[in-house]
Design a protein around this ligand. Sequence first.
Ligand SMILES: C[S@@+](CC[C@H](N)C(=O)[O-])C[C@H]1O[C@@H](n2cnc3c(N)ncnc32)[C@H](O)[C@@H]1O
Length: 266
Amino acid sequence: MANPLLSLVGAGPGDPELITVKAMRTIGQANVILYDALANKALLEYAAPGAIIRFTGKRYGCHALSQQEINRLIVSDARAYGHVVRLKGGDPFIFGRAAEEMAAARNAGIAVQVVQGISSALAVPAGQMIPLTCRGLAESFWVTTGTTRSGGISADIQLAARSSATVVILMAMSRLEDIMDIFAACGKNNTPAAIIQEGTTEREKMVTGTVRNIALKARYEGLSNPAVIIIGEVVRLHPSMLPATIQHVTGNMEHNTPHEEEQTRL
Ligand SMILES: C[S@@+](CC[C@H](N)C(=O)[O-])C[C@H]1O[C@@H](n2cnc3c(N)ncnc32)[C@H](O)[C@@H]1O
């Protein structure tokens, strides 16, 4: 039997074509594939004939395996069958609990490798032509979780709301109103915002608006998890907001000094 090995593999954001060549090849080399709910099942077509395939997420009202159960499964499958692929949505190291799985494997003397994935935090806004940085609009971006382990709101949301960066928030739909209240309290009532559910898939849904009205719009349209929230001036670049963008940019240009205009053109 092959040596025990754990490969933490990024499945990408949902579109099965948004996977790396290395991830495809690694899936094909696995003896066991343990896949999460956010990994597109179409990717299992790359599995070798005879590979054992196990689902570790929630389905049909059944409970998902606990993280401890998954860790135990990784170890027992690697010892029994050899190469285990953990196929995880997006990138395994972005809110993917990959570090815990890696530690469980290493503690059991099992070698670990990582195959990076395309994170929903980047790919989902890009799929809607919303750049996270843009000259003149945003010099940086934050990626944060909305909720913590205890169900509270992440303290980082308070800090992010005060920054001028684009803010991308994952796992936040259950506290959407509270999160928007935090941004509003920081003077961002009119800052553009977008919510994209199941981005890059054929089920994708999206609403755009402002911090003031986005929660109401999202509830009205029935948006829920999994969804990415984007807050920042870059949302004006979404095609649905373009007329407003042209006015906004023109307004800014009128107030630019010649030096600033020169930089804008560079
Ligand atoms: C546990 S985190 C995992 C993130 C993943 N590792 C990544 O890099 O995309 C799950 C959250 O990612 C976001 N997410 C993942 N896939 C998504 C998609 N296709 N569309 C919108 N949001 C998505 C949602 O906020 C969801 O609640």
